[in-house]
Ligand binder design. Structure first.
Ligand SMILES: CC(C)(COP(=O)(O)OP(=O)(O)OC[C@H]1O[C@@H](n2cnc3c(N)ncnc32)[C@H](O)[C@@H]1OP(=O)(O)O)[C@@H](O)C(=O)NCCC(=O)NCCS
Length: 157
């Protein structure tokens, strides 16, 4: 099934609350956290849809020629079909077209799916933030974050 990508605006904030909770469970941003972010100048994001059905999203913040991935998630029942890869590729293409040179992100050390997703997109490891993530019911210990950088190709003006 082909995905379509819809630029995020304020109207998507309640839907993002739901998708974020589905994707991250106990680690989800609190309800309402997307209000006031999506659709604002420095925030760029997309809703991924399969037909009319939302299946995932990505949100980044840009500062000058850099961006940071704030959140990316695919609905649990739609994972492993290449949707995350396609969504990330669309995001990186959009950012490169806006003359963003580098994208930064962090990920739990044990999040194999996300690490694979980022590495296949060319992410290079830049460091470790020790014991960065708070404990959760599933992971009742402080977990390290791995930090990455994705260099984007220069686009002509
Ligand atoms: C991370 C996430 C967005 C990936 O989305 P997805 O649609 O399942 O990913 P894709 O099907 O496009 O797969 C991307 C790559 O990861 C690999 N992958 C997918 N699930 C995997 C798993 N459970 N373990 C290891 N690798 C996995 C795929 O093989 C693919 O690699 P390839 O291109 O070399 O074949 C999804 O798992 C998710 O929403 N997780 C919860 C939220 C999250 O952790 N977000 C990232 C926070 S940093």
């Amino acid at each position: 099934m082909t995905l379509t990508f819809i630029p995020l605006t304020q109207v998507h904030a309640p839907l993002l609350d739901i998708l974020e909770r589905d994707a991250f469970g106990h680690e989800a941003w609190p309800k309402g956290a997307f209000d006031g972010l999506v659709g604002r100048g420095s925030f760029v994001g997309f809703l991924a849809q399969e037909g009319d059905e939302p299946v995932g999203y990505v949100l980044v913040q840009t500062v000058l020629d850099e961006a940071e991935i704030l959140s990316i998630g695919i609905r649990p029942d739609r994972r492993g079909r290449g949707y995350g890869r396609t969504l990330l590729a669309h995001l990186l293409d959009t950012l490169a077209a806006r003359h963003i040179n580098a994208v930064y992100l962090e990920v739990r050390r044990t999040n194999d799916a996300a690490i694979r997703l980022y590495e296949q997109a060319g992410a290079e490891a830049t460091g470790v933030r020790k014991r960065y993530y708070d404990p959760t019911p599933e992971k009742p210990y402080r977990e390290d974050a791995l930090t990455y950088r994705i260099a984007l190709p220069k686009r002509p003006d």
